[in-house]
Write a protein that binds this ligand. Sequence first.
Ligand code: G16
Length: 552
Amino acid sequence: MTTSAPAEPTLRLVRLDAPFTDQKPGTSGLRKSSQQFEQANYLESFVEAVFRTLPGVQGGTLVLGGDGRYGNRRAIDVILRMGAAHGLSKVIVTTGGILSTPAASNLIRQRQAIGGIILSASHNPGGPNGDFGVKVNGANGGPTPASFTDAVFECTKTLEQYTIVDAAAIAIDTPGSYSIGAMQVEVIDGVDDFVALMQQLFDFDRIRELIRSDFPLAFDAMHAVTGPYATRLLEEILGAPAGSVRNGVPLEDFGGGHPDPNLTYAHELAELLLDGEEFRFGAACDGDGDRNMILGQHCFVNPSDSLAVLTANATVAPAYADGLAGVARSMPTSSAVDVVAKELGIDCYETPTGWKFFGNLLDAGKITLCGEESFGTGSNHVREKDGLWAVLFWLQILAERRCSVAEIMAEHWKRFGRHYYSRHDYEAVASDAAHGLFHRLEGMLPGLVGQSFAGRSVSAADNFSYTDPVDGSVTKGQGLRILLEDGSRVMVRLSGTGTKGATIRVYLESYVPSSGDLNQDPQVALADMISAINELAEIKQRTGMDRPTVIT
Ligand code: G16
């Protein structure tokens, strides 16, 4: 532990030539290219608006860290100096600035902070030519609601100046206590508290027994934030052989990769598991550690199915041994968990895309588990989705059941039926073309009801709207839905996290009961719906793309 005497900082007021008008946060914080963030005063403008909007800044404690991408260290330095200028009493920073999103959520809650700033563009690539991002979480540890991000955006649009102090940069590579004027800076290891939390939730002895039996596993940290967490948990504590964690050193550009744990961007791991015989379990997490992909030998677990399996088997984990209060999923996530919830006799909520919509349900104790098709699963232990939590949960189930991942899936479908599901992404589409496609389809929806679609009749078609059961707030325009008479669904959204052009997401779901064919390729099972939506929405003509960029 080191301590330094503070150099006396000087308060400085910086006038902007003109306010920035493009700082509207998307699905998860402000995400832009690194180059945009490097414009003079760009980061500072957004941070100023955050400090003017976040309750309790004067005298409050803030948690600060990020996924280690290019820009992380500079942003930490700027935010520390602006925090001192705005009267924070303390900032908790993690060594090297490395802090996963779920670990940040935990720290905010443990330390009774007013919130946290997480520097990440999540699963988007990093580096000077990649993306950067700033996410702001509130005192409950979760993403701030739209009312907050809207207020920040409004503030940036008319911002004329910001305040910052000039002070020497704090050394954040080892734990220590520092100060900038009256503001304390506590540098801590970002892994410790998270590991302690996981040890409370799961039976580590059982998982260790599994891992030490003949159970080779591969975890791909994708050169992103989970490397140090996974190495500590899986190798050092749970006894997986050294090297089980791959790409475990966080790099500023993620080694040139795209840290999105899916079959396209984590294909090396996918090939090891799907084509090889060496490993019995595989998993990957994204840039900031909140997403996860689960693989077994010759078996990919669709994220929607993963939520359903965790729900059905929840009581094997000590934290959930008494059962679940309820569950929730985002609208485009398959209904696999709904069927499990029904059998368990618990409530199941359908929310818009975005983890922030689970916050009220978790805080009110209405749900214990929640998840999204976008490779996110989590519980009431924090207020973010949690990649390594999901990995440990799967290991706990496997330790209890002592069978393969493929067998767990087969048994699950035999019991509950199978929701064939796929998402087709068309990335970096020209913005006009994507919006044109979307609005044309939206206009067609009322006329579709009663018409035939993929050989079935359309029972309803709308743009999803959500009324929060806790605070009654209404969120409209959350994605186009075409619902078919047999329960099948097609959904279309424009992504709120992309930074290049627009990304169109098409989600497809079709249910087969346990007596039906449970072993089809999802692309084959959904083929009629895929061609029906391609034709209806004129995807090829309007995007110029023959096939999706990413299929999951
Ligand atoms: C964020 C949100 C998720 C959401 C995802 C996809 O994830 O936290 O709740 O499902 O974006 O959003 P979109 O479809 O709008 O791109 P992350 O991991 O990027 O923070």
